[in-house]
Design a protein around this ligand. Structure first.
Ligand SMILES: NC(=O)c1ccc[n+]([C@@H]2O[C@H](COP(=O)([O-])OP(=O)(O)OC[C@H]3O[C@@H](n4cnc5c(N)ncnc54)[C@H](OP(=O)(O)O)[C@@H]3O)[C@@H](O)[C@H]2O)c1
Length: 267
């Protein structure tokens, strides 16, 4: 596995194993994204409400990388007209299509069936390659499917050794839905945890690198955000070591359904 490696989605398309998060990457977005692409990041995650789409668009125009090799993920909000928002996202990004469009979070009532129809139409019309959800429970995903919708390619949820759910993992495995792991570094909050630090010491790596590698080895797709150059470099320098089965078990055991938002919306 390296930074060009990909995981297959149930649609037949593929998603790079690691991405760059861009929430709050509003200082010098274009410069940071360009640097990330130079370092080997092949997936960029954004949303209509992050304020980073224009900067990402600028970086994508400037980069030497072929558009087809860069995987762009963005989102529509729960009160949007999903089809219209897809078009305005593309406009902000300066792109003809994105690789993945997600419903950012379920609406207050229902599972977002109307949003899902808007995204299915956007897919049919070639504006997006794949569609998925974010912050969805298994029950809400099932509601979308039962309403005749296609199975989401991805569920983007908060996911780390400190906060994850084996039940969600099992449901996604059954449906062949890939889990994209947001806040994989716990927004920096759990990096000093002693067991994590001990495991990191075994490989002479940083706790952040262990959190990213834990995801990679479990087949979930981490999208760490990093503004600082040394963080960008550190977070992609995770392909030349392997966490042992015993240490993976120790990390799995850290689960306390931790959430930087207060609670995991999918549990
Ligand atoms: N779908 C959703 O509802 C949702 C919700 C939250 C997040 N997301 C997505 O997931 C992405 C990642 O999540 P996140 O931004 O919440 O949190 P995160 O990636 O867990 O943590 C980001 C924080 O960790 C720091 N950091 C990065 N690399 C580090 C390293 N090697 N060592 C120590 N600290 C490091 C960053 O600092 P610097 O920036 O200073 O380098 C930043 O303060 C977001 O940017 C966004 O794209 C999606």
């Amino acid at each position: 596995m390296d930074s060009n490696s990909k995981i297959s989605l149930h649609t037949g398309n593929k998603i790079p194993v690691l991405g760059l998060g861009t929430w709050q990457l509003t200082d010098k977005t274009a410069e940071t994204v360009l640097r990330a692409l130079e370092l080997g990041y092949r997936q960029i995650d954004t949303s209509s409400d992050y304020g980073t789409q224009p900067g990402i668009g600028e970086a994508l125009k400037k980069t030497q990388q072929d558009r087809k090799k860069i995987y762009v993920v963005t989102k529509v909000e729960e009160d949007d007209d999903a089809f219209d928002r897809t078009k305005s996202n593309l406009h902000e990004l300066g792109l003809e299509y994105v690789d993945l469009m997600l419903i950012h979070r379920p609406p207050a009532i229902g599972a977002g069936e109307e949003l899902w129809e808007g995204l299915m139409r956007a897919k049919q019309e070639g504006l997006v390659r794949d569609i998925g959800v974010s912050n969805y429970s298994a029950m809400l995903i099932q509601q979308l499917i039962d309403a005749g919708g296609e199975v989401p390619a991805v569920n983007q949820i908060e996911w780390s050794p400190f906060g994850h759910s084996e039940e969600m993992r099992q449901y996604c495995d059954e449906k062949k839905i890939v889990i994209q792991a947001y806040s994989p570094l716990t927004r920096g909050k759990c990096l000093e945890e002693p067991i994590l630090k001990n495991v990191a010491g075994n490989y002479v790596r940083s706790p952040a690198q262990i959190l990213i590698r834990w995801n990679l080895q479990r087949g979930t797709v981490p999208i760490p955000k990093a503004n600082q150059n040394e963080h960008l470099e550190e977070n992609i320098n995770v392909f030349d070591f392997e966490i042992s089965d015993d240490d993976m078990e120790l990390l799995n055991g850290l689960n306390e359904e931790y959430s930087s938002l207060g609670s995991l919306p999918y549990v």
